[in-house]
Design a protein around this ligand. Structure first.
Ligand SMILES: Cc1ncc(COP(=O)(O)O)c(C=O)c1O
Length: 444
């Protein structure tokens, strides 16, 4: 049996927070500079997978299971933390997990997602993904979620998101402050935190002030959304909040640094954002007890901190001698020559060869293939090929082969690999599947 007092647990999932097992709240002693008001930070990195979104990930999955959904593979657009929570819950439950996300998400988060077992689909999207962008993270996840055996739990529209906070964050804050909380402050992303916990707290005491904080347009704070993106966010219900403040990147990152130095709190960027808003909104009056949600710590955002605190990271600090691969330039030259060489063909030449029965090899990854493919093509992802797999390839090294990928780069590497493996007649399709589809050639 798990025991919160002893902090002895039967499974990692029992560590998920609840009123009996809350994430800590810690009084900020120095930064607020208030005479009367007490300001507490609720440290969400004490969740089992490291951030506020673990609550949501667990509740999304539990809710779908309770509704009897037959879960097999999950897919979700994520700024990272929902994905990290979901992949860990999925691992515990033996489900597959794919995440669609913007390449602007910090490398640390993308690395963590991959490391923990996520199949990543990285896209050229905004840091705040918005609905309605055909190549964006949200649309891609919806598209993948429609395939048989796949489910998108959809943190942006699934009531299990705010419900997680209604059932846990809100009751925790109420209990931890012994009902004395007067102000609840949260940064705004999907708005699950503010909407769910805010509703619970107002039900206990309608005078509790619920305050939302968001960044400016074009911001660089992962996990939160500008006012324009919030307007398209289902759980953004401004009528239920008492005030909404906008904070600049400089204010947020500056306050993070103070949290590190003055409060010894390892705050991540959206903590600085929320606290900056809180300090503008909270009156310094007797009886004021404010709780500010600190969604995540600094470690997944070190590259963001480097950008925003340039004085701390002068360019020389980057000049660590990384031993270069002395042969890389030769490989690059081989690639450049091959690109201009006679073995690169256009999609129409490729179609003629395909019609003549030539073997076509698609070297993209399975999620890309699932979106659009040429059914006759042999699927052999480039990483498998470079590890020596020849699955499905003709044994005859004189047999003609055509390689294809998304745009023509990976297929050219595949061509070089196949030639190195002894295949004598290999061609690569310039422009890849993008050009194939644009030319109206058959694909499904
Ligand atoms: C680091 C970080 N801060 C803030 C938020 C915002 O929380 P919510 O989506 O509940 O509004 C998120 C959500 O993903 C987050 O990951």
């Amino acid at each position: 049996m798990s025991d919160h007092n002893l902090r002895t647990y039967d499974t990692i999932l029992d560590l998920l927070p609840s009123a009996e097992n809350p994430t800590p709240i810690v009084r900020l002693r120095h930064i607020p500079g208030f005479q009367h008001a007490q300001v507490y930070a609720k440290l969400e990195w004490y969740n089992p997978f490291g951030a506020v979104k673990d609550r949501v990930a667990a509740n999304l999955v539990q809710d779908a299971e309770e509704r009897g959904e037959d879960l097999e593979n999950l897919v979700e657009p994520t700024s990272g933390n929902t994905g990290i929570g979901l992949v860990m819950v999925a691992n515990a439950r033996k489900y597959g997990f794919s995440a669609t996300l913007s390449k602007q998400i910090p490398l640390e988060k993308r690395t963590a997602l991959r490391l923990f077992g996520t199949d990543l689909v990285e896209l050229d999207d905004d840091l705040c993904p918005m609905p309605g962008q055909p190549e964006g993270a949200m649309e891609k996840a919806a598209e993948l979620g429609r395939r048989p055996g796949w489910t998108q739990l959809n943190q942006y529209a699934n009531p299990a998101n705010p419900d997680a906070h209604y059932r846990t964050t809100g009751p925790e804050v109420w209990r931890q402050t012994e009902g004395r909380v007067t102000h609840f402050v949260a940064s705004l992303g999907t708005c699950g935190t503010i909407t769910g916990a805010g509703r619970f707290l107002k039900e206990q005491n309608p005078d509790v002030q619920v305050i939302g904080v968001h960044p400016a347009l074009g911001h660089d704070i992962p996990g939160v959304r500008s006012r324009r993106a919030l307007a398209l966010t289902e759980f953004f219900t401004p009528e239920a909040y008492d005030s909404i403040l906008e904070i600049t990147d400089d204010e947020a990152y500056g306050l993070c640094r103070r949290l590190h130095l003055e409060e010894s709190i390892i705050a991540g960027p959206s903590c600085g954002l929320a606290l900056a808003g809180a300090l503008k909104a909270i009156p310094d009056e007797p009886g004021v007890v404010a709780v500010v949600v600190f969604p995540d710590n600094a470690f997944k955002y070190l590259s963001s901190f480097r950008r925003h605190l340039p004085d701390l990271f002068p360019p020389e600090a980057d000049e660590v001698a990384v031993p270069a691969n002395p042969f890389a330039e030769h490989l690059e030259a081989a690639f450049a020559f091959a690109k201009k060489g006679p073995d690169v063909i256009d999609v129409h030449q490729a179609k003629l060869l395909l019609d003549a029965g030539v073997t076509l090899i698609d070297v993209r990854n399975p999620p890309e293939v699932a979106r659009v493919q040429i059914p006759e093509a042999i699927k052999l992802p480039l990483p498998d090929l470079s590890q020596g797999s020849l699955d499905g390839l003709p044994a005859d090294k004189d047999a003609p082969i055509v390689t294809i990928c998304a745009a023509g780069t990976r297929s050219l590497y595949a061509l070089l690999l196949l030639k190195a493996l002894g295949y004598r007649d290999v061609k690569s399709v310039d422009g890849g599947m993008g050009a194939w589809v644009e030319a109206g050639l058959p694909a499904r």
